[in-house]
Design a protein around this ligand. Structure first.
Ligand SMILES: Cc1ncc(COP(=O)(O)O)c(C=O)c1O
Length: 361
């Protein structure tokens, strides 16, 4: 059996047909920037997440950078960022001229709850990342941020569909940032992202920033750039969104099959929180000190895996920074992501489970 970590050409024939039909409709309409599909995407997401303002943009990295710029964070400011995340979370802080201050994570890879210790007189914001789809305790984080008058930018790139106390990931902070990169739970057929906010003022600023500072053509109110979403991607996302709940059910079902098959193995840690209701099951990340061996063993059996992520940010050349990042560093050496997506077959999960059991026994 050959099982890639993720093979997007395996998506359902029914979905492929809907996407082809969407493309054909859009070709006939001839609107490739802005337009009805972008408006529909924004309003659908606003309704789904109960977010007053949803602003589609070019990708998740831009969404984070737009959030920082809209909040006027820049030179001389510090932003607290977890040591273990995708590089974008810290990259954007540097891109706006501010300094990322890294803080360790907890054992699950989420910003450690004692992050307040990283606050200095220069701190302007904190960026909690809902890594792998598991949410940071947002009530507690928001309280601390409020106490210190810090902005909160939620990096919800991996957490579309996750929620806490019935509130969607990305709707707690001043701005929530989503990625619709093709590998995400709600993924486009290319690049796309979104900012969420409750603030009419931030909504306006983000819309200006992503469109050369203009709300109306040729009236440039501030310095911006082009970070607009492609209409075609908005159209594809609208088609894919119709299946989102079904795909989530399949993900959760596969996650519980993994859990049933893999609990109780000595030397393997299973992410039990993935089955909690508010977890979107974006990535199924196991931990073992024998990661390298296991990865090779599975590869030999035709099973693709991935590592999210092999290096912590403070160890990377562009960010080099000292500190105690022991949890994050341990994760970077032990995590291994198993295939989990709506287009898998139950027999494939059984095959992977058996291979892992064989490895450990
Ligand atoms: C945690 C996190 N932040 C930000 C991003 C950036 O999103 P994009 O790839 O759409 O720019 C990603 C995407 O992988 C991510 O996983």
């Amino acid at each position: 059996m050959q099982i890639q970590f993720l093979d997007l050409k395996r998506m359902d024939e029914e979905l492929k047909a809907a996407l082809k039909s969407k493309f054909s409709d859009m070709l006939d309409k001839g609107i490739f920037s802005g337009g009805d599909e972008v408006n529909l995407l924004e309003s659908q997401i606003s309704t789904y997440l109960k977010s007053p303002f949803s602003i589609a943009c070019a990708n998740g990295t831009d969404a984070l950078e737009l959030a920082l710029r809209a909040l006027e964070i820049g030179v001389g400011d510090e932003v607290i960022v977890p040591a273990m995340t995708w590089v974008s979370t810290a990259e954007v802080v540097v891109m706006v001229g501010a300094t990322p201050v890294f803080w360790d994570t907890d054992a699950d890879g989420l910003l450690a709850s004692d992050w307040e210790k990283a606050i200095t007189s220069k701190t302007k914001a904190v960026i909690p990342v809902h890594l792998y789809g598991k949410m940071v305790d947002m009530e507690s984080l928001m309280q601390k941020a409020k106490k210190h008058k810090l902005f909160v930018i939620e990096d919800g790139a991996q957490s579309f569909g996750s929620y806490q106390n019935e509130k969607g990931a990305g709707t707690f902070g001043d701005v929530g940032c989503l990625s619709f990169y093709p590998t995400k739970n709600l993924g486009a057929l290319g690049e796309a992202g979104m900012c969420l906010t409750n603030s009419a003022e931030l909504n306006k600023r983000i819309r200006l920033l992503l469109n050369h500072g203009q709300l109306v053509r040729d009236e440039h109110e501030l310095l911006g750039r082009n970070s607009r979403i492609d209409s075609i991607q908005a159209g594809f996302l609208n088609a894919i969104f119709e299946k989102f709940d079904l795909f989530q059910t399949r993900r959760k079902n596969f996650a519980s099959m993994y859990l049933e098959g893999l609990t109780g193995i000595d030397g393997l840690q299973f992410p039990t929180s993935i089955l909690e209701e508010g977890h979107n099951a974006h990535l199924l990340v196991i931990q073992t000190v024998r990661r390298v061996e296991l990865k090779l063993f599975l590869m030999d059996k035709g099973i693709g895996t991935a590592i999210h992520y092999p290096h912590i940010l403070p160890d990377m050349k562009p960010f080099h920074s000292d500190g105690n990042f022991s949890n994050a560093r341990k994760l970077s050496k032990q995590v291994l992501s198993l295939p989990l997506n709506p287009w898998m077959k139950e027999g494939e999960i059984e095959y992977i489970v058996k291979a892992i059991r064989d490895f450990f026994t």
